[in-house]
Design a protein around this ligand. Sequence first.
Ligand code: ADP
Ligand code: MG
Length: 242
Amino acid sequence: MGKIIVKDLKKSYGSNQVLKGIDMQVREGEVVCVIGPSGSGKSTFLRCMNMLEEITAGEVIVDDYNLGDKSVDINKVRENIGMVFQHFNLFPHMTVLKNIMFAPTELGKQTKAEARETAMKLLDRVGLVDKANALPGQLSGGQKQRVAIARALAMNPDIMLFDEPTSALDPEMVGEVLGVMKDLAREGMTMMIVTHEMGFAREVSDRVVFMDGGYIVEEGTPQEVFSNPKNERTISFLEKVL
Ligand code: ADP
Ligand code: MG
């Protein structure tokens, strides 16, 4: 499990059409990086994958669930899709451990003891066992983001969505977060990552998607998109960021 099919996806806010017809497929275990200028619709696109945004037209199919289908249980879909945001969104009044245990216990997926065991394993995986009882406010940005990733993994999702996970971090903390993401990619997680980290996109992704003005303008392997971009908008964007 862990595949996504997007067909002619459109999304408007009032009269502002932000996504203008997006077609894309993500295979199981594939890592897709989404790049493009600010305002091109990257976050909106990602948010349509787990129903944080209502789709205006077209289809998004995640595994066996067609998200446009009114009978789809939104919670079932979300359980299988972890999301990590630029600004961490941890619960500030809960310890790191409680943050990670929250969803599985609240949703009745795990007992407290099971959730604690899972959480400690995940903290080990992101290198933060010693921070289990810290509050988010006591952590660096890089540590917070690693906790946010552990929290998203606690529901054992097949798909992980990342929206600029390193954009709010001081440069020296970017590497530790990208390192955790690289491990996930290697382990076969299906991932969609909006990022400005072009080096990371080149190294880790199976496919790079360039968005501009609500469309996918170009896509291909990292080699194709970064070394041999065909569309003039891709070329001009890459000239600015590389
Ligand atoms: P990106 O992530 O590529 O910077 P976004 O998806 O955040 O782009 O935004 C694309 C466009 O959608 C922008 O013009 C933005 O103003 C608009 N937009 C995004 N979210 C909302 C919202 N909740 N309500 C109204 N307009 C929005
Ligand atoms: Mg964005």
